[in-house]
Every structure is written in structure tokens, then in C-alpha cells.
Design a protein around this ligand. Structure first.
Ligand SMILES: Nc1nc2c(ncn2[C@@H]2O[C@H](COP(=O)(O)OP(=O)(O)OP(=O)(O)O)[C@@H](O)[C@H]2O)c(=O)[nH]1
Ligand SMILES: [Mg+2]
Length: 211
């Protein structure tokens, strides 16, 4: 199975708003809805699991009201689940998730994605999944040249050798160090992640430009 995992348990510190970033409304929709609906339109993704945490209680309630089921120890195709991770940090919670998925099966593929990518679309997601299976490594990390961020004035958290990881990774469902291929793409749709209110302003401008 190909399972999408939406990381949705962060602290939303940089947004400086009294709201969980996942529920922050951009262009009238909560951020998490963009990622969810594009994952639902993917031709490869079988199910979606949103990883909430004690930092995001309202996101959990929101997902429950949107018919996300509580994840236990099995997973059915065409279903959406939420799972409660400890909320100790992205990497810590990712490792927690890998351990949990490993217990279910070591044969699943996990598409780990951030919840703050309002410009993402299902064609990009499917294109990346196709490339992952073509390359045939255990893990894939999507990276965008820093020039793309600079061109659009988009903020980024981390740069290494001129590349910025976008928060879209594909992994096997095993909690071990996995051989990783770095997939370099130039889509501004993947680069636009909303961290601060400045990013939100910029995203509205880009939305106008795209019209
Ligand atoms: N489950 C889980 N998700 C996380 C955690 N940290 C970040 N995320 C999610 O990962 C995605 C990318 O994280 P960030 O953009 O840094 O969001 P954030 O951590 O809420 O915001 P900042 O506090 O400003 O860093 C977001 O969708 C977060 O909700 C965590 O510890 N656990
Ligand atoms: Mg963070």
C-alpha cells in the first residue's frame, strides 16, 4: 500500500496567531484541506493518515468532524485516519510513526508530507511517486534549488549545498536508516510553504499572479 502521512502536530510558533497552522485559513480553506484533497486525488495513494499531537487538539477535532477515523493497528484502502503522535518534534515523531507502521507491515510505502503547502497539486504528487518507483531506492527526499525561493521571495528554514528540502519525503515502512535519493525539482508550488504572516501575504500575491 502507499500511505500518505500528513505531519500536522507542530507548534505553529512562527505564525504568531492564536490558531493551529494546519487550520489557518488561506483563501477560505484550512491549510490542511489543500494537502488532504490533493492526496485524495492522487492515483497512487491508498489511504491518508494525519499525524496530530498535543500541540494540535483543534486539528484533531476538525479531522474527526471530517470523518477521519482513529488509527489503531490496521489500515484500509480509501480511508482517512488521524493518529496521535507525542509532539516532541518532527524527526522524533517521524521515527515514532515509522516504528508503528513497521509493526503493521514492512512492505508499505509512506509519503510523508507537510500540512502547509497550499499550492500543491495531485499531478506533482503523482509525478514524484512515479519517480520514486523508477529510481528504486528506499527513500526519496524532494529538494528545491534555493534560487527558486529567492526568485519568489519565499522563506526557507534550511539550506544545504544550494538545496532546500520541501517537506515531502517517501520512505519504506521500516524504522531504519534508509538509502536516500535527492530528487531535485523546481516547482514553486512545492516551495511555497506558509510559516509566518509574511509568507501568507506573499502566497496571496502569488495567487493573484497565477490568475
Ligand atoms: N506530528 C508532528 N508534526 C509536526 C511536528 N513538528 C512539525 N510538524 C508538522 O510538520 C509540518 C512542517 O512543520 P513547520 O512548518 O515547522 O510547522 P510548525 O512546527 O507547526 O511551525 P513552527 O513552530 O513555526 O516551526 C507542519 O505541518 C507541522 O504541523 C511534530 O513534532 N509532530
Ligand atoms: Mg517547526
Amino acid at each position: 500500500m502507499i500511505i500518505a502521512v500528513i505531519m500536522a502536530g507542530g507548534l505553529s510558533t512562527r505564525l504568531k496567531r492564536n490558531t493551529e497552522k494546519t487550520l489557518f485559513k488561506f483563501n477560505n480553506s484550512p491549510l490542511i484541506d489543500y494537502v488532504t484533497s490533493n492526496l485524495e486525488s492522487s492515483q497512487y495513494i491508498d489511504s491518508i493518515v494525519a499525524a496530530v499531537s498535543p500541540n494540535t487538539p483543534n486539528t484533531k477535532e476538525y479531522l474527526i468532524s471530517n470523518k477521519f477515523l482513529k488509527f489503531d493497528d490496521s489500515i484500509l484502502a480509501d480511508s482517512n485516519y488521524y493518529i496521535e503522535t507525542p509532539g516532541n518534534g518532527y524527526l522524533e515523531d517521524l521515527s515514532y510513526l515509522l516504528e508503528l507502521f513497521e509493526k503493521i507491515s514492512t512492505e508499505n510505502t509512506l509519503v510523508i508530507i507537510n500540512a502547509d503547502l497550499p499550492f500543491i497539486n495531485n499531478n506533482i504528487i503523482d509525478d514524484i511517486i512515479r519517480q520514486y518507483f523508477k529510481i528504486n531506492t528506499e527513500a526519496l527526499s524532494v529538494q528545491i534549488p534555493v534560487e527558486v525561493y529567492k526568485k519568489y521571495n519565499i522563506s526557507f528554514e534550511f539550506e544545504y549545498k544550494g538545496l532546500v528540502p520541501v517537506g515531502l519525503n517517501i520512505l519504506k515502512s521500516v524504522n531504519t536508516i534508509q538509502d536516500q535519493y535527492e530528487l531535485i525539482r523546481e516547482d514553486m508550488e512545492l516551495a511555497i510553504n506558509l510559516n509566518s504572516l509574511e509568507d501568507v501575504d506573499l502566497a496571496y500575491k502569488l495567487l493573484e499572479d497565477l490568475k
